[in-house]
Every structure is written in C-alpha cells, then in structure tokens.
Design a protein. Structure first.
Length: 167
C-alpha cells in the first residue's frame, strides 16, 4: 500500500478512534471555528460532516482530539496499527466489535472500571491465553458461555470462573 494511502487511512482511523473513545458530553453544538488548530488538524477527516454531527459526538471528538495530542509517538503508532488491523477485518467482525464496544460503553462507570481492573490484574500470558481460548471456540460455544454467565448470580460467576482457572 502506498505511503500516502496509509497516512490517509491512519488519519481517518485516528478520527474514528477518537469518535469511539469515552469522553464528556456537551449540550450545545461546537462550531468548527471554535476548535483549536491542533484539534482541527486531527479531526480534518470529519470536517465535512462536522456541522451535521450530534453535539455529544462533537464534544467526544473534540475531547479525544485533545487526548490524542497528549499521546507519545509510540502510543500514536499503536493506535494507528490497531486501526489498520481493524480495517483489515471482515465487515461482519468489525460490526461485532462496534456492538461490543457500545455495550461496554453503556455499562455503568463502576462496572466498566471493575472489568478493566480485572483485565489489568492478569499477566500478559493469561490475557493471551484467554484471547486464544476464546478465538478457538465456535460461535455456538461462545453463545452458550454468554448465556450461562448471564443466568448466574455474581457469586456463581465467581465460582465458575475460579473453577475454569484451575483446569
């Protein structure tokens, strides 16, 4: 892929990443001219749609553009690489990821924090093993696990997870 195309995709990817990341909401629309020049540069891929975006999305984009500016070059590179991997996925997989992200964002903040904390407590090897085990399951196996967990009490889920770890 030519370098210019990769850069263009990366800019679009960054804008999409910024649109998906959590941020504060605003009640009023934000005029493009009110964005600082650095934010305008980051958000250039969405310039044409800016005025038609809901105010909440404009605020999220603005706030995340500010956050983007605080990322180190290495962090920015990781975000770009992640976006390129996402773009390479089949559309159905991309949609499943978007839906999962939306469900996560709809959780109460304390529940999201709990999930993040549990994930961070795992070693890189444990995380890799969990991803591989999940990836190796059939869609029916994944669905069965989700349904089983959904029907359990929090205590039952803890016990079930502990038993699975011991296997």
């Amino acid at each position: 892929m030519p370098a210019e195309r990769r850069r263009a995709l990366a800019r679009i990817g960054v804008a999409l990443w910024l649109a998906c990341a959590p941020a504060a909401h605003a009640a009023d629309a934000i005029a493009w001219r009110d964005l600082d020049p650095a934010a305008q540069e980051v958000l250039a891929p969405v310039r044409e749609q800016w005025d038609s975006l809901p105010p909440e999305r404009q605020a999220r984009l603005r706030d995340n553009a500010k956050r983007w500016q605080t990322l180190s070059p290495d962090e920015r590179a990781r975000v770009r690489e992640s976006f390129e991997r996402f773009q390479a996925l089949p559309p159905e997989r991309q949609e499943r990821i978007r839906a999962r992200r939306e469900r996560f964002r709809d959780l109460p903040p304390e529940k999201r924090a709990e999930i993040r904390e549990r994930w961070q407590e795992k070693s890189p090897e444990e995380r890799r093993a969990l991803r591989e085990r999940w990836r190796d399951m059939s869609p029916d196996e994944r669905r069965a696990i989700r349904e089983k967990l959904r029907d359990m009490s929090p205590e039952e889920r803890r016990t079930w997870r502990q038993e699975r770890r011991e296997k």
